[in-house]
Design a protein around this ligand. Structure first.
Ligand SMILES: NC(=O)c1ccc[n+]([C@@H]2O[C@H](COP(=O)([O-])OP(=O)(O)OC[C@H]3O[C@@H](n4cnc5c(N)ncnc54)[C@H](OP(=O)(O)O)[C@@H]3O)[C@@H](O)[C@H]2O)c1
Length: 285
């Protein structure tokens, strides 16, 4: 039960001066704000997060759960997800884990369906799972190209496919896709990852325009260097060393991303924050 609020505290008695010099009439009025506590617009929402077993997804699950959201967490490392669920539920939160490989549509659908079956609806989907293998194109890392496209692009599309029918039916929902500074700029050794993150931005903008009839919001978030396990997937040792050094020098904590998610979610429902780009203050490109 919300605490009773003394409405008198919320009312102001105003005496307004005459509008025209030759008018003697003053206007007296009382303006009261609505007797309702401020809402964070996160409390009570059902949020599905892919790639929640580490890094940005894990930090976001913690923050949103602390703000009162029920979270459904997907990733391949189910042991990591389960211990996060234990932590969140141990603090009184609502959380569930579903082993999910986002390259398989059926598994992504199973995650979203589990959220709806357990909590009755899906308010927010965060398409966060991603990988960042880096190498020059001439190294012909074709398996890595395929995996990057499968996880970073198809995984996002599969998330949309799984959540959109529910959100259309509900006539509400919020899809948050994770791009990158690399979704705005390409550099050497980064063509395939940057292409995948450009695709995420394009898909998000197309989605934004299409879902207007369903009262839905869409946000694409593009972080710079954030300290996570992301650089661990780089197979070329020299490139990996350079990226690890870069991250050690400038990367910011993962809760920077979680706060960006919370900001987008917490706006009133008629405000649609479409794009957020942020970097460490020290990051140049
Ligand atoms: N950290 C940064 O500097 C940065 C900057 C810009 C954008 N991003 C983006 O942020 C997102 C999250 O990355 P992160 O930085 O948090 O890195 P991370 O710590 O490596 O987390 C990546 C997450 O994606 C999951 N994942 C990878 N492949 C998957 C698959 N096939 N199916 C399901 N889940 C999969 C991983 O879980 P499992 O391995 O357990 O499946 C993990 O939970 C990515 O999209 C990344 O591109 C990160």
């Amino acid at each position: 039960m919300p605490e009773a609020v003394d409405t008198n505290d919320l009312c102001e008695h105003l005496v307004l001066s005459p509008l025209h010099e030759n008018s003697r009439r003053t206007i007296e009025t009382t303006i009261c704000r609505k007797n309702q506590p401020m809402s964070n617009n996160i409390d009570g929402k059902v949020v599905v997060i892919t790639g929640a077993s580490s890094g940005l997804g894990e930090a976001t699950a913690r923050l949103l759960s602390a703000e009162g959201a029920s979270v459904a967490l997907g990733a391949r490392r189910i042991d990591r997800l389960q211990s996060l669920v234990d932590e969140l539920t141990g603090r009184g939160g609502k959380a569930l884990a579903v082993e999910t490989d986002v390259t398989d549509y059926d598994q992504v659908k199973r995650l979203v369906d589990a959220a709806v079956q357990t909590y009755g609806r899906i308010d927010v989907l965060i398409n966060n799972a991603g990988i960042m293998p880096r190498a020059p194109l001439e190294h012909l890392k074709i398996d890595e190209w395929n995996q990057t496209i499968d996880v970073n692009i198809k995984g996002v599309l599969y998330g949309i496919a799984a959540a959109l029918p529910y959100m259309k039916e509900q006539k509400s929902g919020h899809i948050i896709n994770v791009s990158s500074v690399a979704g705005h700029k390409v550099g050497p050794e980064n063509a395939v990852y940057a292409a995948s993150k450009h695709a995420v931005r394009v898909i998000s903008e197309g989605l934004r325009q299409e879902v207007k009839p369903y009262n839905m919001r869409t946000t694409v978030i593009s972080p710079g260097a954030v300290a996570t396990e992301l650089p661990n997937a780089i197979s070329d040792p020299d490139i990996a060393e350079g990226i690890h050094k870069f991250y050690e020098e400038i990367a910011i904590p993962a809760d920077s991303f979680a706060r960006a998610v919370a900001y987008a979610m917490s706006q009133p429902e008629d405000v649609d924050v479409n794009e957020i780009l942020f970097r460490p203050t020290r990051q140049v490109v």
